[in-house]
Design a protein around this ligand. Structure first.
Ligand code: SF4
Length: 344
């Protein structure tokens, strides 16, 4: 089991729930960034990372912290002073590459400030930042990727940092899985999971789900980011759905049939509406939207509440037993009221 550490008010590792992370897309020192942070927190984001490009960005954390409760991460390249300033500003975690902030004396300064403020540091590698030493020795593979990250870990440890989070990201699903498996066997620091440059919403969700699903089901990983070339709120929604599908989070679960020739109503549209309706529910209920009365209630017999369609109307059922028949135009009101009863 990984070591437990605190990022602001969120504990990760050590069997804590897997935390959902995302990254802001607006410049950190802008009002848009504050608005986006609020939007992401409302959508279920639990840790949010910001790029820190200059002093204004580093100073912006105090204002963002007034707007949201979740911990904020400062992502810094090249300039250790921005890391120090971000810590002063109230960042709850720092993401650096110890190899690119101007020598170990600067790493030491950041390490001292982080320790003094109880702030963890994330280090890590991706396929574009593999250390030359390991690239030459092993080529581009899981060993070079993970050993590069472990070298960064060793630098932080040398300066007494104990609260470390590690990532080893690739855009290849098999390589991502192998790299995390490799590093999980070598370190007990919490791991931040992600597939880098995963792509647009559809393909990105598939790649991330494949890699992160394989790892999380084996108990590897403590925080997740579903990186997408899409608005970050989509990352958060996808991460929550993935954790729920893996049964690592309690929440409402929608089962919906794929439909077939027996389906005689707009089942898919209604499934999409229902999915939206139940997305904020935190209770572990199962809701079914099925295509036909002939097989629907039986196929979804374990659903707490379900609907199966027919030409003239729909039946609402619970655990395979029909509760009532309703007209199509009344279905939304009647069905959502039955869902509400399940969560009382
Ligand atoms: S529930 Fe009915 S419509 Fe849906 S797949 Fe099964 S048989 Fe087909």
């Amino acid at each position: 089991m990984s070591k437990k550490i605190l990022i602001g008010n969120v504990a990760i590792g050590g069997g804590e729930k897997i935390a959902v992370q995302s990254m802001a897309t607006f410049k950190t020192c802008t009002d848009d960034a504050v608005r986006q942070a609020v939007e992401l927190e409302n959508a279920g984001c639990e840790i949010l990372r910001f790029s820190v490009l200059d002093e204004d960005d580093a100073a912006a954390f105090s204002a963002i912290k007034k707007a949201v409760k979740m911990p904020l991460v400062a992502d810094i390249h090249f300039d250790y002073k921005l890391a120090l300033k971000s810590i002063d500003g109230g960042a709850d975690k720092i993401r650096i590459n110890p190899g690119n902030i101007g020598g170990e004396q600067n790493v030491q300064k950041v390490a001292s400030a982080a320790k003094a403020n109880g702030i963890p540091i994330r280090v890590g590698s991706n396929t574009g930042s593999i250390d030359k030493e390991f690239l030459n020795k092993y080529g581009k593979n899981e060993v070079s990727l993970a050993e590069s990250a472990l070298k960064q870990v060793a630098i932080l440890e040398k300066y007494g940092v104990q609260d470390i989070v590690v990532s080893v990201k690739a855009s290849s699903v098999p390589l991502t899985v192998k790299a995390y498996e490799y590093i999980a066997a070598k370190t007990d620091y919490p791991l931040h999971l992600g597939v880098t440059e995963a792509g647009t919403e559809f393909n990105g969700v598939i790649k991330n789900s494949a890699a992160l699903g394989a790892l999380l089901l084996r108990g590897i990983g403590d925080t997740v980011r579903i990186s997408l070339s899409a608005p970050p709120v989509k990352e958060v929604v996808a991460a929550k759905a993935l954790l729920s599908a893996l049964e690592l989070r309690t929440g409402a679960n929608l089962v919906a049939c794929p439909t077939c020739g027996r389906c005689e109503w707009d089942c898919m549209d209604f499934a999409a509406k229902t999915e939206k309706y139940i997305s904020g529910i935190n209770k572990p209920i199962k809701v079914a939207v099925m295509g036909c009365v002939v097989n629907g209630p039986g196929e979804a017999a374990d659903a707490d509440v379900g609907v199966a369609g027919a030409k003239g109307g729909c039946v609402i059922f619970s655990h395979g037993k029909i509760l009532k028949t309703v007209k199509r135009e009344d279905l939304e009101k009647e069905f959502f009221a039955e869902i509400d009863k399940c969560i009382l």
